[in-house]
Structures are given as C-alpha cells and as structure tokens.
Ligand binder design. Structure first.
Ligand SMILES: Nc1ncnc2c1ncn2[C@@H]1O[C@H](COP(=O)(O)OP(=O)(O)OP(=O)(O)O)[C@@H](O)[C@H]1O
Ligand SMILES: O=C(O)[C@H](O)[C@@H](O)[C@H](O)[C@H](O)CO
Length: 166
C-alpha cells in the first residue's frame, strides 16, 4: 500500500472492525481515532451531546500527526465526517486516502444495538448523519456499502482501490 488510509463514516458504520481487518490484510499498523479522544470528548459524547468543530479540532490534529508518521502505510479508523476535517488531515498528510463506510440509519441502528456499553449513545446517530459530508469527486477515496459481510467489504475495498489507482 504506499500511503495511509482513513476508514471514515458515522458511528457504528464499522470503522473499527473494518479498519482492523484491512490493516491485517495489508500487514500495516492500525489505530482507532476513538483512542485519541481527550477524556472531555468521551465524557461529552457519553452524556448524549454531539462534539462540535472546536472539540474535534485538536483531536484531528493528533490523527493527522499519526497519519504523517506512517508514510509507508497504516490504517486509521476516524469518523472524518466533514470535508474540512478531511482537509485538516490532508494538511498533515497530503497522501492520505479515504474509504467511506456508507450505510443506512436502519442498518447501523441494528448494529449499535448489538454492542451495548459503548460510550457513543445511539441517540447521537442522527447528528452524525446531519454532520456527514460525502467525499467530493476531487478527494482521493472510495465509498463502500456496509450492508455486506466484513470479508466482502474488505474485498470490495481492495478491488475498488486498485481500480481507482489505475
Ligand atoms: N459488515 C458488518 N456486518 C455485521 N456486523 C458488523 C459489520 N461491521 C460492523 N459490525 C458490527 O457493528 C458494530 C459497530 O461496528 P464498529 O464498532 O466497528 O463501528 P464504528 O464505526 O467503529 O463505531 P464507533 O465509531 O461508534 O466506535 C459492532 O458490533 C461490529 O461488530
Ligand atoms: O467525530 C465524532 O463525532 C466522533 O469521532 C464520533 O464519531 C465518535 O468518536 C465515534 O464514532 C464513536 O462512536
């Protein structure tokens, strides 16, 4: 793989699961942006409040630094919901590519129900969708439908990214 990858999407779209699977397949390091949130952000989300731009800004800088530290390849699962958040990541790491895990509210709600105890309350899913801005045509990345098995998502990603680069 030659450049870092961000697995993006709303909460519960499968970023952590799919990101780890892609990293294992590509034999590159994996990290989850959830592990880089300061405690205040986790406390805010746990209390049912969505993060805002100010909450996300310093956190995105730490994610961008991780990407820049992995020029030979690495996979980071990170919501990266807005275009300007992705611009911030690109400012640190111009080579970064994205895969957007795209799914419906209904599919994701069912999956969130199967992981009770996660700090992100399902009530915040609507705000995640409101905040989400799709990848622009000028952004390096691909979109994959999440309504399929993890193995199929990984295979489709590998096929799509090979096609994209040719
Ligand atoms: N393709 C899939 N098929 C079935 N279950 C899935 C799939 N992808 C993810 N899941 C399950 O859905 C739940 C949410 O996935 P995951 O935690 O990876 O999402 P996430 O985007 O990282 O969420 P968050 O950002 O909120 O941490 C988990 O229980 C996971 O096992
Ligand atoms: O930008 C955001 O709002 C956050 O990254 C959230 O998406 C959560 O951290 C994550 O998805 C956990 O559910």
């Amino acid at each position: 793989m030659g450049s870092p990858l961000v697995v993006m999407g709303v909460s519960g779209s499968g970023k952590s699961t799919v990101g780890a699977a892609i990293a294992q397949r590509l034999r590159v390091p994996f990290a989850d942006a959830d592990d880089f949130h300061p405690p205040e952000n986790i406390a805010k989300m746990s209390s049912g409040q969505a993060l805002d731009d100010n909450d996300r800004h310093p956190w995105l800088d730490t994610i961008g630094e991780w990407l820049a530290d992995h020029p030979e390849g690495g996979v980071m699962s990170c919501s990266a919901l807005k275009r300007k958040y992705r611009d911030q990541l690109r400012a640190h790491c111009p080579d970064v590519r994205f895969v957007h895990l795209d799914g419906t509210h209904s599919v994701i709600t069912k999956r969130q129900a199967s992981r009770p105890g996660h700090f992100m309350p399902p009530s915040l899913l609507a705000s995640q969708f409101e905040t989400l801005e799709a990848l622009g045509g000028d952004e390096r990345g691909v979109v994959i439908d999440i309504d399929q098995s993890i193995d199929d998502i990984v295979e489709n990603y590998l096929t799509a990214t090979t096609t994209e680069e040719n």
